[in-house]
Design a protein around this ligand. Sequence first.
Ligand code: NDP
Length: 288
Amino acid sequence: MTTKLIDGKAFAEKLRADIAQRVAKLKADNGVTPGLAVVLVGNNPASEVYVRNKAKQTKEVGMNSYEFTLPENTSEADLLAKVNELNNDKNVHGILVQLPLPKHINEESVINAISPAKDADGFHVINAGKLATGQDGLVPCTPLGCLMMLKDHFGDLSGKHAVIIGRSNIVGKPMAALLLKESCTVTIAHSKTVDLSAMVKTADIVVAAVGKPEMVKGSWIKSGAVVIDVGINRLPLEGGKSKLVGDVATSECIGIASAITPVPGGVGPMTIACLLENTYRACVAALK
Ligand code: NDP
């Protein structure tokens, strides 16, 4: 079996080029430029890198990027006031509050204060409810990117058995809802699942979103299955260096899986591209 490495970087580049074309057309036809506001509280170095990348890619597709960095000791009330201001700003079509937030701020309250129509991350309870009930809404970026890659690989997903490992609100649950909408038969596994390896062995599609380095072994994978590795784990190496690995032992899956997303360069690059897609969709919906 030849195993295809799904190139998420190239896929994301193609998607961003397509978004750039749609943004240019929107400007020409409607005189509107989509705008994404990103709010960062505190100075978590990893979050700073994410926010910088998001802003750069937003501008590259021709959208407006508005970045707000608030001090670590910002109160929840002040953050909610900022969100409210952005909700009422007609130049802002997408709002993202970078997670994690400092401990003294309730993330759920902040997420649910964002207008559902501008919820670029798709985490608002209204958007989660719409996804769960099969209605159109804004969908979390990481599972949206995974779905795009799966549809590109398979075309029709109907009837496939998908095993999703992980039940978080940002990856596992929305991934399950998206695949159910595509008429997959969906199994969601988690830390209490009994005999996970046997369950994974029955899957045509495996989505690993666990946060445990290389936990999913090659011997768990059914011949010809497609493996989507969402995990991002930093493994320390000698000499103070580190390397990124996913939740799947990728090298063990070569020759068994028909396709697999590598880490890095698989799911990761699609996440920001899907954030831009959501901002574009939110802008178009606002025009209606
Ligand atoms: P969470 O920690 O929120 O969820 C992890 C899930 O894995 C939980 O449902 C947990 O089960 C389950 N789990 C933990 N241990 C086991 C086990 N031994 N067997 C089976 N299931 C287990 O993580 P996230 O969903 O936020 O993220 C998952 C991974 O994806 C992380 O590595 C994260 O960094 C990465 N990620 C990557 C993104 C990207 O852009 N590529 C974006 C978002 C996340 P239980 O519910 O029972 O505790």
